[in-house]
Design a protein around this ligand. Structure first.
Ligand code: IMP
Length: 179
């Protein structure tokens, strides 16, 4: 590990306290309701695990895995499903949990797809938001942090599958930035 190539943007403590705030908002908004929490793999797995443990309403969890077409670009615009939900969503309250909204293409595709399955409600919870990179008009209903256009790793986010296990969210130095 070359930890010194990374600068901490959001510390473990900052993330924990913000995740608790997000969960409190969700607990309040869905009081008396049931919720299906849909995690988008792989980046959301740590955020999702921490978030759902702070929820006090009755929940079920499920996961989707999506991929952009094109090897070199993550945000090429076309998205395909690698793993679909196992749970029917019709008539349910759904929150889609994502690590980061960048161009917004992935989330807008997922939201449109899930809406065709007639959920009772559909909201988006993203830990990070990079609005300066947005290509489609999508705003998370629950948002942890708005960040500038840095490539970040840690707390589930990767660079070439590395660094997902960092406790903090760190900025990858520009020399390593490949978009
Ligand atoms: P979008 O479709 O452009 O919004 O891309 C969202 C996906 O791109 C996220 O779920 C991440 O997997 C990936 N991504 C975007 N920005 C970053 C970043 O700064 N670090 C790690 N992954 C990122």
């Amino acid at each position: 590990m070359h930890r010194n190539r990374y600068k901490i943007l959001l510390s473990e403590a900052e993330i924990r306290s913000r995740v608790e705030e997000l969960a409190r908002a969700i607990n309040t908004d869905y009081s008396g309701e049931e919720l299906l929490v849909v995690g988008i793999l792989k980046g959301a797995f740590i955020f999702m695990a921490d978030l759902v443990r702070e929820l006090t309403i009755p929940i079920a969890v499920d996961f989707m895995d999506m991929s952009s077409y094109g090897a070199s670009t993550r945000s090429s615009g076309e998205v395909r499903i690698l793993k679909d939900l196992e749970t029917p969503v019709e008539g349910k309250n759904i929150i889609v949990v994502e690590d980061i909204v960048d161009t917004g293409l992935t989330l807008s595709y997922i939201a449109e797809l899930l809406r065709t399955r007639n959920p009772k409600s559909l909201r988006i919870c993203a830990l990070l938001d990079k609005p300066s990179r947005r290509k489609v008009d999508i705003t998370p209903d629950y948002r942890g942090f708005t960040i500038p256009d840095y490539f970040v790793v840690g707390y589930g986010l990767d660079y070439n599958e590395e660094h997902r296990n960092y406790r903090d969210i760190c900025i990858l130095q520009p020399a390593q930035h490949e978009d």
